[in-house]
Design a protein around this ligand. Structure first.
Ligand SMILES: Nc1ncnc2c1ncn2[C@@H]1O[C@H](COP(=O)(O)OP(=O)(O)OP(=O)(O)O)[C@@H](O)[C@H]1O
Length: 324
């Protein structure tokens, strides 16, 4: 190939590199904190199979704060147990903080649970050792963490405990045992314990389930603080209807799949006032499937088959009228 526009015409190597780059598949959610791809979890109880997760897709970006909502039995806790490294999916793939949850051996799984994820349970008592003070509870995961224990370890641990007590506004509770704390205070300490080893992701299953609504609001604020100030990705499973107003992204799980999402953002109006805009989306999975809201389908009598037409800026879904 001759070139009379030296420096502009691509070389053979340039073309080869471009062709290879184009052939390289883009990894699904490559830089995300959490990537679940067609996740399936089947339980067998009394020879009956329950498909708790039925091909669930979920990508959570680093630094995001996400609420998972859904009816009882929709699969939320099953998903969280997998993300926490406590359970293993039957099929599909899941990665958290770059760790492949299907490829870990027992030792790696233990390290993953201690260092990559933090977990806050609903039962306030389950999160804390009853015979340790708040500061000792927070220090425990630091001591259990493997690796080098140099002479400065004790000092570093003390500094980390102080930092977390301060971030969660519980410095004055450092020397109290769980029995001497209210439910809300216990959950704040539990968040500090889960954050001790600076996990990539903080997971919480119904963390406000045992609290009154005012205390619950304070706990959501604590999760927001952790998310904003410490930059941790946070995923909270909740039944709390108030939650939609508390987080940027709410993902609904239905029948073992993610079905709809509500995204909230603050927009500045023409007069300079700030308003929160909220929009509901249906999830588009990797195969191009969407789960349309049942109320919409019922309203237009859509079932079994719909006509789909492409327009310049949208796709129209209409009731099947072939028999009319
Ligand atoms: N260990 C298990 N053995 C058998 N079935 C299970 C097991 N764990 C969960 N399931 C079933 O899987 C489905 C999903 O359960 P899961 O607990 O994930 O739902 P959930 O959305 O968290 O519900 P809830 O909001 O009530 O906690 C349910 O039908 C449940 O009965």
């Amino acid at each position: 190939m001759t070139s009379d526009t030296a420096g502009v015409a691509p070389s053979y190597q340039d073309l080869q590199r471009a062709a290879l780059a184009a052939a390289e598949p883009v990894r699904y959610g490559a830089d995300a904190a959490i990537v679940c791809d067609r996740l399936v979890r089947i339980f067998t109880a009394d020879r009956v199979e329950v498909q708790a997760l039925q091909g669930l897709d979920l990508v959570v970006d680093r630094g995001d704060l996400v609420a998972l909502v859904g009816a009882s039995g929709s699969g939320k806790s099953t998903l969280l147990a997998i993300l926490a490294g406590l359970d293993v999916p039957t099929a599909g793939s899941a990665a958290v903080g770059g760790c492949d949850l299907l490829a870990m051996n027992a030792g790696e799984r233990l390290r993953y649970r201690r260092e990559v994820v933090g977990f806050v349970w609903q039962q306030t008592a389950r999160n804390l050792m009853p015979f340790l003070t708040s500061a000792q509870n927070i220090a425990l995961p630091l001591q259990l963490r493997g690796g080098r224990r140099g002479p400065g370890a004790k000092r570093r641990h003390r500094a980390r405990v102080a930092e977390l007590l301060e971030a969660l506004g519980i410095g004055d509770l450092a020397d109290r045992r769980p029995a001497e704390l209210s439910g809300g205070q216990q959950q704040r300490v539990a968040i500090a314990v889960a954050m001790a080893n600076d996990p990539a992701v903080l997971l919480a299953d119904e963390p406000t389930g045992e609290l009154d609504s005012e205390t619950a609001a304070g706990i959501f604020e604590a999760f927001r603080t952790v998310n904003r100030e410490l930059g941790t990705t946070v995923v909270i499973v909740t039944h709390d209807p108030m939650v939609a107003g508390e987080v940027r992204r709410t993902v609904a799980v239905r029948d073992g799949r993610t079905s709809t999402e509500v995204l909230r953002r603050t927009v500045t109006a023409e007069d300079g006032s700030e308003q929160v805009s909220e929009r509901e989306y249906v999830v588009l999975d990797r195969a191009g499937r969407v789960q349309l809201p049942p109320a919409f389908l019922r309203a237009l009598g859509m079932e079994r088959r719909v006509a789909v037409d492409l327009a310049a800026d949208h796709i129209a879904v209409r009731a099947d009228d072939t028999d009319r």
